[in-house]
Ligand binder design. Structure first.
Ligand code: AMP
Ligand code: ZN
Length: 488
């Protein structure tokens, strides 16, 4: 397949021409949520960014197998190797079974994805559904000499691995610095070195989630599930692996090490990391207390929110920033997004009723070329939206008789712009859009009524219509082409 898509590869630090291993098939793996709490807008930003990649790859004609996992075991509080499982901790606090916690927050995650029009992945595997495969990978790593067992736990031997491979290849961390800086607290009595990480942990007395293994009862290390599930569903070598930037180290660095140590393959060819959504410059996170849920965002019921914002306004707000840049939350930006979204959707609605001329006054292919070029340049949605804004301006000018469009260009525009907005950007018409359509229809009826009144020389009625509309800030303008209207 011929295409010019470039992706910034955080592994090589280069913007690379994307060439799938087995074109037209593309394998994409994204680390999903740890399901122990409600999803916040920061999480939405990351999953929405990968939704755009998934949509655009499909738009280019690729057959994408998109795997996004659910972490339902093994992720310990503080992202370390010792202590409580995040899910088990919540289960105790809420007096639920761990799997009730998992179901509750998986449901919440799915609801939120649906609200923001984020498409379902092709496969959504869970860590607990792949315990056997995880045990097998631990065995393979042990057999190849890159791990050691101590007292029912198995640790990855980072120093041994570093003799032949580069631990730090993704994150740029240096092993010497890590050795100096890592506090020797996690499993300090058991690990050979503080940089080593658990791939299997013995379940101590009170630990709720546990499985039998060759090393006794225990549970898998957090990083292991993604190595296992990406390999199982996408193969040893696959195309794209993504996640938020905060997962680069240790999570993804450890994944690469596990893949190399168990099967001598690095996993993904392209690594893609999304940047963080911040609030007043600080990462939005549950632990910071600055993370609002989508429900709060929509209702406006949160101290940081001046009003409620619709899901598509929020989607538009997120798309107006490139995924690799930080995005700071502000009411001003969301209010601007509300207007921008309405302007774009309104233009899409207008196309079908545009008046036709013999010639177009502009080369319309330019707008499309700019939008596609932006998407081909590492999925640059803000630049693509800027091109669509210019196009919207042109569409409005055609409606007002200041620019012209011919039949062929209009058909072409109808053929791509609504599809691009809907399928690639995932922006659907909200109630607001439907209301606009309704207003359009009503205005047509008023204008026809007024025209009839004038034809019948009933000027009193025609003035009454015009003045009545003026009272609700709608101005009628009589021109050569007939009567047009605008909202003041
Ligand atoms: P978690 O469930 O906390 O592991 O997070 C799920 C995904 O959301 C991960 O890819 C995180 O990197 C990402 N994430 C968490 N906080 C933010 C944030 N403030 N902005 C963007 N992405 C985030
Ligand atoms: Zn992962």
């Amino acid at each position: 397949m011929e295409h010019p898509l470039y992706i910034q590869n955080t592994l090589t630090k280069e913007k690379e021409n994307f060439i799938p291993i087995e074109s037209p098939f593309v394998g994409m793996y994204v680390c999903g949520p740890t399901v122990y709490s409600d999803v916040h807008l920061g999480n939405v930003r990351t999953f929405l960014s990968f939704d755009i990649m998934y949509r655009y790859l499909k738009h280019l004609g690729y057959k994408v197998r998109y795997v996004r996992n659910i972490t339902d075991v093994g992720h310990l509080v503080g992202d370390v190797d010792e202590g409580e499982d995040k899910i088990a901790k919540k289960a105790k606090a809420e007096q639920l079974e761990p799997m009730e916690v998992v179901q509750k927050y998986t449901n919440n995650f799915h609801d939120v994805m649906r609200i923001f029009n984020i498409q379902n992945p092709s496969i959504e595997p869970t860590a607990t559904g792949h315990i056997i495969e995880q045990i097998e990978m631990v065995q393979a790593i042990l057999e190849r000499g890159f791990a050691y067992e101590v007292n029912g736990s198995v640790y990855f031997d980072v120093l041994k691995y570093s003799e032949s491979e580069n631990y730090g290849i993704l994150s740029g961390r240096k092993i010497d610095e890590l050795l100096n800086n890592t506090r020797d607290l996690d499993g300090q009595n058991e690990k050979k070195n503080a940089v080593d990480f658990a791939i299997w942990k013995k379940a101590e007395g009170g630990h709720l989630m546990r499985w039998n293994s060759p090393w006794g009862e225990g549970f898998p290390g957090w990083h292991l599930e993604c190595s296992v599930m990406s390999t199982k569903y996408l193969g040893k070598d696959f195309d794209i692996h993504g996640g938020g930037m905060d997962l680069k180290f240790p999570h993804h660095e450890c994944e690469i090490a596990q893949n190399k140590a168990s099967q001598n393959a690095g996993g993904a060819k392209y690594w893609v990391h999304t940047n963080m959504l911040t609030v007043n410059g600080r990462k939005m996170a549950k632990s910071e207390g600055n993370g609002f849920t989508p429900e709060e965002l929509i209702s406006g019921n949160h101290k940081l929110l001046e009003q409620g914002y619709s899901p598509m306004t929020v989607r538009f707000f997120i798309l107006q920033c490139h995924y690799a840049s930080t995005l700071d939350f502000s009411n001003e930006a969301l209010k601007a997004a509300e207007k921008g979204y309405a302007r774009l959707m309104n233009a899409v609605q207008l196309i079908k009723d545009l008046p036709i001329s013999d010639e177009s006054s502009q080369n319309l292919n330019d707008f499309k070329a700019r939008a596609l070029a932006a998407m081909n340049d590492d999925f640059n949605t803000p630049i693509a939206i800027a091109a669509l804004f210019d196009l919207s301006k042109f569409i409005n000018s055609v409606k007002d008789g200041k620019e012209q469009i011919n039949q062929m260009d209009k058909d072409h525009l109808l053929g791509w712009m609504p599809t691009f907005v809907d399928e690639v950007l995932g922006l659907s018409q909200e109630e607001q859009g439907r209301n606009n359509e309704l207003v359009d229809e009503l205005m047509k009826a008023f204008i026809a009524l007024r025209l009839q009144a004038r034809e019948n020389k009933n000027y009193e009625l025609s003035d009454q219509i015009r003045d009545g509309l003026k009272e609700v800030n709608i101005t009628l303008k009589d021109g050569k082409e007939g009567t047009s209207w605008s909202i003041d």
